[in-house]
Design a protein around this ligand. Sequence first.
Ligand SMILES: [Zn+2]
Length: 395
Amino acid sequence: MSAPEPQLVLPGFANVHSHAFQRLLRGDVQRRDPARADDSFWTWREAMYSLALTLGLDDLRAAARLCYAECLEAGYTAVGEFHYLHHDRDGAPWAPDPLAAARAHLAAARDVGIRVTLLHTVYARGGVETPLLPRQRRFATHALDDVARALDGLAADDHVDGVRARVGLAIHSVRAVPRAWLGPLAELARARALPLHAHVSEQPREVADCRAAHGLSPVALLAAEGVLGPDLTAVHATWLDPEDVALLAEHGVTVALCPTTEGDLGDGVPDTPALHAAGVPLCVGSDSHAVIDPFAELRLLEYQARARTGRRCVVTDAAGAVAPALARIGHDHGYRALGLPADGDRVHLRAGDRALEATRDPLAAALVGGHRGLVDRVEVAGELVVSGGRALASE
Ligand SMILES: [Zn+2]
């Protein structure tokens, strides 16, 4: 009789930043248009809009199911859905239920068994001082009152129990939300004790436009309007100056990095060493889902920090160890950013996998040098949702 294999168990990973429908772009946006001199975030965004304009309710739910099942199989046990596909393809409200698309995401998460924070995302204009483009009609938030109404409707949803599913609020960006709305939206989130998220300084053009319009960086603008606080998660934070880093640290803001997407989009390399040194809690998301693999996300986060500094072991715990710091980023900080409990969320790895042979600390080896193929079983709230590497709901 052979001895039982040792158990290798990690806490479930939190995928803090997701746009589930963008999973459908995988593989289709990896060729430069011969008519263009270059490809960039902005040309990718056009391809993303073209996809977004085609998707009906069933498509959105199917995409979310696929995306969330893949997340579970990769070891993510909770997801933050940054949801802004609010309306039907022509820009008209879904009828009879204007919240149908948000509910489709909640239902998809319930179907596959992943925890979800549905972040109702406010998107009101095309850019700093430019109106919404016709291609952005599905994203439109027409008035602040609409936001409160949507939050009320989602809070009353049968799936939203605060444990498996909850609601949060997102400011799309200082590009897409007028300055006068920033403070009231933060107050709205705080009055309801909701997680608050925002894309912040993903692209140099966003920072330049914000400075031209307000004389402030996006982080400084959010500070001036009272948005920064420990309930805020700033997504990307790629283009920060030292004053921005200090403001984020001072206000206890969490930063969600999406290293594989930021790499895919050519966004730039965040100043993770400065953020980490300033004590800013970090977490990760797979964002556009070009890659869904928390091991890859965490490893790239640390490798980018090494590339920036020319040093090794940059994002570490107090004892200088990388793996415990990555575990906190992947789990603790992420769950806090989503406002979700983590009880019973566990990832069981294939202990006998050759990738973990001859390693003195297999869990540390898995966190720094592993991959999603090591995931064997996943539990959410103690319930088995992945077995043999496959999401049970997909069988
Ligand atoms: Zn995003």
